[in-house]
Write a protein that binds this ligand. Structure first.
Ligand SMILES: NC(=O)c1ccc[n+]([C@@H]2O[C@H](COP(=O)([O-])OP(=O)(O)OC[C@H]3O[C@@H](n4cnc5c(N)ncnc54)[C@H](O)[C@@H]3O)[C@@H](O)[C@H]2O)c1
Length: 267
């Protein structure tokens, strides 16, 4: 499906981004990876056979430069994976509005606006080739928090809803132009973001591996599905929420007492 294609992935020095890069390379794609962490992205690129770039996705011009750099190496981008993400906890306030404005603003840029920045430079060229079967493929790595909520971090919850909303909007606007959009909404995945959490090993809510997310993405690409659910149970929770919002809020509120907060959240 991606054999011979030019793929670019943000935040791919490790975790989910790296796993998607490895899966694309195994499927014969030419892959450019970027990250804000220069040392790690260079090392990862060497290990997996990708081209490394340094890119802070909070900076629109850096995203543009990554796209141009990836195209100079691998040709026009066929698939872009907008994966870089951050989370900040509601501390020190300890209530729903306790998170710092700095954390909110960074989350907005990194988790939501980075998707707008990238597609702003990709869509014009994809629209020029809209007669192809697939003009371009845009993948947003959102979160189950974009469909439901992540307790103890309002900024993550809201900006991942924003990421999902933008992906949905882009899919609606450009389905007729043969642009494929996929939005990945996993629950907990074993990466740096969740390092130190008690790992759940059984059941539908279990912590999965980054490679499980990459496999779920490829399965959804095959089926032409927008919503990628590496934990299928999230689809059930989302339907239950739509059917009865009050019951959903009651259930989430009860869960607060036992819910784990990702250890990787910054304060
Ligand atoms: N791990 C989970 O449980 C989980 C669940 C749902 C969604 N996600 C999402 O998956 C994506 C990947 O996260 P991960 O779990 O692999 O964690 P991770 O921490 O391993 O990877 C995130 C990467 O993003 C990079 N990054 C951070 N800020 C950046 C910036 N401004 N510009 C560029 N790169 C930046 C980091 O250096 C890191 O390499 C994120 O968007 C995250 O929100 C993770």
């Amino acid at each position: 499906m991606v054999s011979g294609q030019s793929v670019a992935i943000t935040g791919a020095a490790g975790g989910i981004g790296r796993a998607i890069a490895e899966k694309c390379i195994a499927a014969g794609a030419k892959v450019a990876i970027s990250d804000i962490n220069e040392e790690l992205v260079n090392q990862t690129a060497k290990e997996i056979g990708a081209s490394p770039f340094v890119c802070d996705v909070a900076d629109e011009m850096a995203v543009k430069a990554f796209i141009e750099g990836a195209e100079a190496v691998n040709g026009p981008i066929d698939m872009f994976v907008s994966n870089a993400g951050v989370g900040f906890s509601d501390e020190p306030g300890g209530h729903a509005a306790g998170g710092s404005n700095e954390g909110w603003e960074l989350s907005w840029k990194i988790n939501t606006m980075s998707n707008v920045y990238a597609s702003r430079y990709l869509l014009p060229q994809w629209l020029e080739r809209k007669d192809a079967d697939v003009a371009g493929r845009f993948v947003v790595v959102a979160s189950a928090a974009g469909l439901l909520a992540q307790v103890n971090t309002a900024s993550y919850t809201v900006t991942k809803h924003g990421a999902l909303a933008f992906a949905e909007y882009m899919a609606i606007m450009h389905k007729g132009d043969n642009v494929c959009v996929h939005c990945i909404c996993p629950q907990y995945v074993q990466t740096n973001m969740t390092k130190g959490m008690k790992v759940i090993t059984e059941g539908p809510d279990k912590h999965i591996m980054p490679s499980d997310v990459a496999n779920a993405l490829f399965a959804s690409m095959e089926k032409g599905e927008f919503l990628v659910l590496p934990h299928p149970v999230i689809g059930d929770y989302f339907q239950a929420k739509a059917a009865n919002f009050d019951r959903y809020i009651g259930g989430m509120s009860k869960q607060l007492r036992t819910a784990q907060t990702p250890v990787g959240l910054k304060k």
